[in-house]
Design a protein around this ligand. Structure first.
Ligand SMILES: [Zn+2]
Length: 352
């Protein structure tokens, strides 16, 4: 039915969270290959802050823009060509949408599709009562998993599994994961354990060490307490770790982490929050026979497989705070604070 409206949090101009306000927008109409979802939950993520500021060129963005990359909810309506899901199904959205026709997509490596567009970034997101998403990006939520858990899962676990597969992690590997208490970091710790690999989780501070300790990794080290931790890691893991997961690009952590790497070790780079340039000794690289692999996003296969593990109860998905739609701007501001940790989601059923 056309002409219906919905409540949405949207920015009317690029300029950050200050432009974010509750607005009445047209309810989306699903195209033939799309699913209309009545949103139950959506995450408060740093990606939204980047999108709302307009840090990167984004010619696909249309104002007013609705952020929200990882909605979960119930299928309200489906386009004429949709066959995999039906009205009433509980579903979660895989945020990046690949083209589906390029060589990488056809090879199942759609995380590397050169024409990726993301829900809530290049098109309208889920911080609203309704969102329309291509059927390919909609997955049924397993029984026993809540909407909120599915939302938090969608943001980090498929990315983590895609990374582990990209660097070929097996039960013979030992991983070093600095930032292991973060959302992607803790997902890597859990999925590596499911694969049977050992994880040395590295965190900054006692509180983070306690959080990640609950995931039962092989070892937890605190790089605030032990800034030169490579000798400690080499005591714990004679020969060194076979995989290092770089999440931050912090210069001191980078140097120490590389010093932990075994010969023929792999470095998986998934983030560079501290800045895009680091030092790399090429003599070390070739003598060590090391390799460095860039990882970003998730592919459809990893999303489905990780979701199955979630349904089997083998993953822990932490939710620290639940807020209403109107409380979303305040939640984004908290996320900008340096001491923020934990995961916040918006529950559309809350009315405060
Ligand atoms: Zn493609």
């Amino acid at each position: 039915m056309s002409g219906q409206v919905m409540r949405a949090m949207a920015v009317d101009a690029l300029g950050g969270v200050d432009r974010l306000a509750l607005r009445e927008l047209p309810r989306p109409e699903p195209a033939a290959d799309e699913v209309l979802i009545r949103v139950a939950t959506v995450g408060i993520n740093r990606q939204d802050l980047i999108t709302m500021v307009g840090r990167f060129p984004n010619p696909h963005l249309r104002l007013p823009h609705v952020p929200g990359i990882d909605p979960a909810g119930s299928v309200e309506d489906v386009g004429a060509d949709v066959t995999r899901v039906a009205v009433g199904d509980r579903v979660v959205v895989k945020p990046p949408i690949s083209c589906g026709v390029c060589e990488l997509c056809l090879a199942g490596e759609d995380d590397a599709c050169p024409d990726l567009r993301s829900v809530g970034v290049h098109r309208q997101g889920g911080l609203a009562e309704y969102v329309a998403v291509p059927e390919r990006n909609v997955f049924r939520i397993p029984a026993g998993v809540t909407f909120g858990e599915a939302t938090v899962f969608a943001h980090s676990f498929p990315v983590a599994l895609t990374l582990l597969r990209r660097v070929g992690v097996t039960e013979r590997d030992t991983l070093l994961v600095p930032g292991a208490s973060g959302s992607v970091g803790s997902a890597i710790v859990q999925l590596a354990s499911v694969i049977g690999a050992r994880v040395v989780a590295a965190v900054g501070g006692r509180a983070h060490a306690d959080i990640v300790g609950q995931l039962d990794p092989f070892a937890v080290i605190d790089y605030v307490e032990t800034p030169t931790f490579s000798s400690l890691v080499r005591e714990l893991v004679p020969g060194g770790v076979t995989v290092h997961v770089e999440t931050s690009s912090d210069p001191a952590l980078w140097t120490e982490s590389l010093a932990c790497l075994a010969r023929r070790g792999r470095v998986a780079v998934i983030g560079a929050h501290a800045g895009p340039v680091v030092q790399l000794d090429l003599n070390w690289l070739f003598r060590q026979r090391a390799s460095i692999v860039g990882c970003s996003g998730s592919n459809l296969a990893a999303f489905g497989d990780a979701l199955e593990l979630l349904g089997e109860g083998r993953l822990t998905v932490p939710i620290d705070q639940v807020v209403s739609l109107t409380e979303a701007p305040a939640a984004y501001r908290r996320l900008m604070g340096r001491d923020h940790h934990g995961k916040t989601i918006v529950d559309l059923a809350l009315t405060t």
